[in-house]
Design a protein around this ligand. Structure first.
Ligand code: NG6
Ligand code: CA
Length: 503
């Protein structure tokens, strides 16, 4: 009898152990403002990104994968909630003091993993708001935040590197805070008595671009959007961002090496202000923007090494992508424009960040799972909004009673088995566009067609636009007048999507 119980016990342990090793770890690496053409595996010749290229060589590399939107907050909102951001007010680019915009009572991508027994973490840029109000005490517990929407562990900065407060938060608290030097944040008016970038540009180590703000509180010699006072010991230096996030990501992996984990690793590079670690300064021929891309590539390589070192490479799915298209001058004179050297950040696409043209949302997208996903290229139409439902399906989590969103189950496409992907997809910038069967319709809009400050062709046009992406990737040839029926059909499909009740 005793030996039977012992046998059963060891048998269960083995099965349990087996079940655990079978569940793959998942890492989503999300770069910030990295364009389709910024990586050598996507055709860049003026910069080499060997580590991301390696990931592409061992995985499935997509040519028609998208973020849902051409800026950060709506793009990330979509990834985490599995819903298009344009359905919900208040999901545009958030200031650094915004309240959390993800409802805490709804299903999210990390919650899917939690339900499946995973340890979950976000490390890096958040930009989805914190707390339940704008006016909040940065010196106490800040709640709700990433931990309330599905992340067991979070190590983040609140918004963007160019917005105050320039601090790290670990779970609910700002780290390295001196209780006698409390932080205050204001986006409407100057607070405290420190000189601002506007008052004292001579104090800046990198000048702000004229007319683009970034002249509030000076932190680490760089003018920011917004004002903060206090928190001197807690303020980061830009040069430490990538190494710090990398070290926290590696630590989380190490701590969970015997347990399935989901890591959302949201890198800051190459978003402004571009101020890479000293060892990357001047390393590329493209100025600090190129150097920041090399730093990003290095961080990806170091993360892969960590997986190898811990013996996790084979059982970890790694996805590499970006939140929106590229921009050169996004507020600082950092030589991204003058040292472009013929580099094409958006690759063959028109527009970039802020643009409804493909440059805005057509993203690098690589998925690697050694031994499970065959190395290849895929032209399937997929979107980051699909992550939630796709991973729910992979993990056999039935979420049909709690998820009513815009995502589709794209696991077959992520495995390279389905070559087509989605039937259609909606893209968001100032206006909306819809892609179906490689035709793209852009809804008319009164917005400016050209954003001078960032030198962006936004794609806005008061007339309908129709492009055939099969032979016009650069969206040069508007066929709307030639194919009015096609315009009508796509417009109707877009309108039907807009009318859908998603809650
Ligand atoms: C813009 C900022 C830009 C950048 C962007 C957010 C100005 C003039 N420009 O409003 O510098 O911070 O917001 O980028 O303020 S994102 O990638 O997070 O969406
Ligand atoms: Ca971004």
């Amino acid at each position: 009898m005793k030996s039977t119980i012992f046998f059963l016990f060891t048998f269960c342990l083995t099965i349990n152990c087996f079940a655990q090793t079978q569940k793959p770890n998942v890492i989503i690496i999300n770069a910030d403002d990295l364009g389709y053409g910024d990586l050598s595996c996507y055709g860049a010749t003026k910069i080499q990104t060997p580590n991301i290229d390696q990931l592409a060589a061992q995985g499935l590399q997509f040519t028609n994968a998208h973020s849902s939107a051409a800026t950060c907050t709506p793009s990330r909102y979509s990834l985490i909630t599995g819903k298009y951001a344009w359905r919900k007010k208040g999901t545009g680019i958030l200031p650094g003091d915004a309240a959390l915009i993800i409802p805490t009572n709804e299903i999210t991508l990390p919650k899917v993993f939690q339900q499946a027994g995973y340890a979950t973490a976000v490390v890096g840029k958040w930009h989805l708001g914190l707390g339940d109000a704008i006016q909040k005490n940065w010196n106490g517990e800040i709640n709700p935040g990433p931990n309330e929407v599905g992340f067991d562990y979070s190590f983040i900065f609140p918004a963007t590197a160019d917005r105050v407060p320039t601090v790290f938060l670990e779970n609910h608290h700002v780290i390295a805070l001196d209780k006698n030097d409390t932080i205050k944040v204001d986006y409407a008016k100057k607070i405290g008595d420190e000189p601002t970038g506007k008052e004292h540009p001579e104090l800046l180590k990198m000048q702000a671009s004229p007319g683009q703000g970034h002249d509030g509180t000076i932190v680490n010699g760089i003018g920011r959007i917004g004002y903060m006072s206090g928190g001197k010991t807690a303020r980061w230096t830009d040069e430490e961002l990538a190494p710090t996030f990398l070290s926290k990501a590696k630590q989380f992996i190490e701590e969970n090496k015997n347990h399935p984990f989901f890591l959302y690793y949201a890198l800051n590079e190459p978003h402004v202000p571009r101020m890479p670690a000293t060892m990357f300064k001047g390393k590329s021929i493209l100025g600090y923007r190129g150097d920041a891309i090399l730093e990003l590539d290095w961080a990806v390589g170091e993360l892969m090494k960590q997986l190898d070192y811990l013996g996790l490479s084979k059982n970890t799915i790694v996805i590499f992508t970006s939140d929106n298209g590229p921009v050169l001058d996004d507020g600082y004179q950092d030589s991204a424009v003058t040292k472009l050297n013929g580099h094409k950040p958006a690759g063959p696409f028109r527009g970039g960040k802020y643009s409804i043209f493909e440059g805005g949302t057509r993203m690098p997208f690589i998925i690697s799972w050694q031994g499970k996903i065959q190395p290849a290229q895929s032209d399937a139409l997929v979107c980051q909004v699909d992550m939630l439902l796709s991973f729910a399906s992979l993990l056999n989590e039935n979420i049909s009673s709690v998820y009513n969103g815009d995502g589709e189950n794209m696991m077959q496409a992520f495995f390279g088995k389905d070559k087509n992907g989605r039937d259609y997809l909606i893209e968001q910038a100032g206006t909306l566009a819809i892609i179906k069967d490689n035709w793209k319709y852009i809804q008319p809009s009164n917005g400016t067609p050209y954003q001078k400050l960032t030198d962006t062709e936004t794609g806005n046009n008061t007339q309908p636009q129709l492009y055939n992406l099969s032979d016009d990737l650069g969206e040069k040839n508007n066929l709307a007048e030639k194919y009015p029926e096609k315009v009508k059909a796509l417009q109707a499909l877009l309108n039907a999507e807009k009318d859908k009740i998603i809650n």
